[in-house]
Design a protein around this ligand. Sequence first.
Ligand code: NAG
Ligand code: NAG
Ligand code: NAG
Ligand code: NAG
Ligand code: NAG
Length: 391
Amino acid sequence: MNGYMELQRACATAHKDVKTTESKPLFHFKKQLQFLYGYVLGFLMALITLLCYERFLLQAAQVRQHSTATENWQAGYTNAMRELKSDANLLHQRLEDEVRVLCMVLTTPAQHQARAAHVKATWGKRCTRLVFLSSETDVDLGAISVVSKTHDTYDLLWYKIRQGLRHVYVRYYGDYDWYLKADDDTYVIMENLRYSLYPYQSDMPLVFGYELLQQNVTYMSGGAGYVLSKEALYRAVNFGFLNETLCPPANYALPEDYSMSICLQNVGVLPVDGRLMLPGDQKQKMFPLQLFDFMNANETLTNGDWIERLTPYELDWGLDCCSNFSISFHYANPAVMYLYEFLIYHLRTAGVSHPNAMLPDKIDNSEFLSKFFSENNESTPRIPVKWVDVA
Ligand SMILES: *[C@@H]1O[C@H](CO)[C@@H](O)[C@H](O)[C@H]1NC(C)=O
Ligand SMILES: *[C@@H]1O[C@H](CO)[C@@H](O)[C@H](O)[C@H]1NC(C)=O
Ligand SMILES: *[C@@H]1O[C@H](CO)[C@@H](O)[C@H](O)[C@H]1NC(C)=O
Ligand SMILES: *[C@@H]1O[C@H](CO)[C@@H](O)[C@H](O)[C@H]1NC(C)=O
Ligand SMILES: *[C@@H]1O[C@H](CO)[C@@H](O)[C@H](O)[C@H]1NC(C)=O
């Protein structure tokens, strides 16, 4: 309708333009001239009408094109936003931004290429920052020397981890929220680690991991990896490491995970088992064995029952073993790392999609205290924890 009126208006203007003052025609030619006049006028009018119509068509097409483009753009934008909101994208991005994790991977020069390089090529690249604690600097790998070569022995791992934490504290404290300690044969699913840490405040003194119990001491398995909050790191370095009543002396040949846990608890850091990290998910998430071992219970238990002896609860096996948001597995040689990498990040099952995860709720301080302190109430008071030789 609009277009039609526009056409009329445009043509009316054109008509006005071609209206000429009538000259006095010569008698003889009057008829011919009248005819010519009519002919020319008709021709011009037809031409103008044609031009007007053409212009109208063009305008209409432009309007149509513009609105279609706008609609398309809007639809595209809305879709993109919808996708972003519901999709893993937003969740992924938020976790990456809000849960900054520095990964400290214990390694030795002999393992730089054999193992550490494969950590870097797989899960390590997903850390907010990746640092290898070694006795030899390797800039390409990202390894730093935190002890001398002569001190880089299995017996002195406790000393090495202390030096490593001190280095990380001096260099990076304040830049990250959480500090993950892993071995060069630990595989970590960083997305699930961030997801499980999300409810917690890093200014609370916490350490998460796979809880073991030996000599009445609760400690976090070193092979499964353990995560210190920023506050826990602060306390360990500034209070624990400086006081031999609180933490085993640096030259003691005690397992690093056992010593570290005693040290942390004596500076008021609360150990939280992986089973308790995510509300509503009671399955373990950080494992001191490889996944295969849990699918192969009879064989695993025949070869060594330490896992059952030291785990303070009944273990689950097979498909039921592990949280769907599992975080870490130990004893991952490079081939196993690539196996996990493929199964987790490459393999698709056509037509099967996972329901979108939602960010878990944050846990506030009072909720946290009531939840964790009453659950751990049964065990003896944690401060101070005495250590005995368990080597
Ligand atoms: C562990 O605690 C129990 C009960 O409190 C006690 O009987 C036992 O002697 C303790 N064992 C060690 C090695 O401290
Ligand atoms: C070490 O910690 C203990 C227990 O908290 C305390 O009594 C002692 O004064 C501390 N020693 C030093 C040197 O700070
Ligand atoms: C383990 O052993 C038990 C008893 O022999 C058997 O029933 C079970 O199927 C075995 N499990 C596996 C995974 O082989
Ligand atoms: C874990 O995933 C499996 C397969 O999708 C599902 O059957 C099971 O219910 C999930 N477990 C939990 C606790 O959500
Ligand atoms: C342990 O539990 C008792 C009773 O449930 C409670 O009064 C006390 O505050 C708890 N202790 C801690 C350290 O939370």
